[in-house]
Design a protein around this ligand. Structure first.
Ligand code: CA
Length: 235
């Protein structure tokens, strides 16, 4: 296994688990830093955000959920994997609602954790490399960082949700994405959402990014599946 240069922040207060995590991750070539509570984690992140964070929920002082929320409020988007000792659906839902990318229940196997970490890092690397925040759809320019659409007939503003939808879809260019995946990752299991919610937002979004929204060329419907964002592949 070659050195991979990704940095991982471990936020955990249990010494034996810190030891195990550190040992496992460093053996795999990751650079690690450790915080034993939320305040420490936030100041480490302020110095230099990690590529990924492993975050225990049950911490002294600020809970892992609070830490996660504070990070997302600062618009930091590195992947966060939450560790929970309580095998409860509510934790998963809460975690995903406040911006965690994945969660894993203690006790967990090292192999499972490493697989999750690799999957998350691969996805965020692809996203960071392939996506500078601007997307070109024919005559239409989308700037996701400023939430604006520049078209021959004027400039339009995107809502936060529309930006999230586009960011998610652009992570899987030219691939069908299910309504369920959009609900899970963009709406994060919010109450009173359904696949209909997704359809309504997509229709609205098309009026902004498609010159002929009734006959979309870029944000297309995949019948019986969901949606696909057609992009020219970067060569
Ligand atoms: Ca703990």
């Amino acid at each position: 296994m070659s050195l991979n240069n990704h940095s991982i922040l471990i936020v955990e207060d249990e010494p034996s688990l810190i030891f195990t995590l550190r040992d496992t991750l460093e053996t795999e070539g990751y650079q690690t830093r450790v915080a034993e509570n939320g305040d420490q984690a936030l100041s480490i992140i302020e110095e230099m955000p990690p590529d990924l964070m492993i975050l225990d929920v049950m911490l002294p002082g600020m809970s892992g959920f609070d830490v996660c929320q504070k990070i997302r409020e600062q618009n930091l988007n590195f992947p966060i994997i939450i560790l929970t000792a309580r095998d409860q659906e509510i934790d998963k839902v809460t975690g995903l609602n406040i911006g965690a990318d994945d969660y894993i229940t203690k006790p967990f196997g090292v192999k499972e954790l490493l697989a999750r970490i690799k999957a998350r890092l691969r996805r965020s690397d692809e996203f960071n490399n392939g996506n500078t925040g601007t997307i070109t759809l024919g005559d239409v320019q989308l700037n996701l960082d400023t939430a604006t659409v520049i078209r021959p007939d004027g400039e339009f503003e995107l809502t936060t949700r529309e930006v999230e939808v586009l960011r998610f879809l652009s992570g899987f260019p030219n691939e069908p994405v299910t309504r369920k995946a959009l609900l899970e990752h963009v709406w994060r299991y919010e109450h009173s959402t359904s696949t209909r919610t997704v359809d309504v937002h997509i229709s609205k979004l098309r009026t902004k990014i498609e010159m002929q929204p009734e006959d979309p060329r870029y944000l297309v419907t995949m019948h019986g599946v969901g949606y696909m964002l057609k992009l020219k592949q970067n060569s």
